[in-house]
Ligand binder design. Sequence first.
Ligand SMILES: NC(=O)c1ccc[n+]([C@@H]2O[C@H](COP(=O)([O-])OP(=O)(O)OC[C@H]3O[C@@H](n4cnc5c(N)ncnc54)[C@H](OP(=O)(O)O)[C@@H]3O)[C@@H](O)[C@H]2O)c1
Length: 208
Amino acid sequence: MKVAVLGGTGAMGGAVARQLSRNNVVIIGSRDPARAEEAAKLIKGTTGADYSTATRGAEAAVFAIPYTAIGEAAGLANELKGKLVISMFNPLKLEGGLLNYPLEKGSAAEELAALLPESRVATAFNNVPSHMFAKEEPVPMDILVAADSKETFDEAAALVRSVPNLRPLHVGPLSQAQMVERMTALLLNLAKLNKTGALATKFVSRKD
Ligand SMILES: NC(=O)c1ccc[n+]([C@@H]2O[C@H](COP(=O)([O-])OP(=O)(O)OC[C@H]3O[C@@H](n4cnc5c(N)ncnc54)[C@H](OP(=O)(O)O)[C@@H]3O)[C@@H](O)[C@H]2O)c1
């Protein structure tokens, strides 16, 4: 699949671009095309472009930009019509030394879907610490995918499976995305309080 990683110049965007580039054609998107080209030189097989060019040339897009910049998506609605869009946004707020979830209702993923009404939005990769994606094949992880239709879930799940050792798990519709985003705060707090080092999601079952 041809995938634009918007904010692929950042920590998580670069890490996701590296993993997706194993089995997809990745275009790194940046507000500054020169910065995108520099980032692309570091990841074999990728190219760099501004956000608009990157999304126009892609079949799917991953938003790897800060939640505070989510409004930038509105300007890409045309380019992203009918396409799969992955939300990794994690709204977080530090309160009393612990991270909390700041949204009173809804989720960043639903906000993104509202900004892109003709795109097919799903969550994925929200709970992966960037350095776990930075270089080698990731350790086995479960990737929580919320999506409003089976078609969108299946397409997002296929993208997740294109990275070795990742198992997509269906969370339900996008109205469940808040659970996925909240999980990031939980994982970061658990790591801090229990001094475990960074944590990601892997569920166990008697079937395993
Ligand atoms: N870091 C993690 O471990 C992690 C894990 C899971 C999910 N996430 C999510 O992934 C997203 C990116 O996180 P990150 O830690 O990779 O952030 P980051 O290192 O700060 O990178 C964010 C990128 O977003 C772009 N950007 C676009 N508009 C921006 C704006 N108004 N202000 C600042 N940057 C802007 C920048 O690229 P250009 O300037 O090149 O356009 C920048 O390189 C967030 O939504 C976060 O919740 C992060």
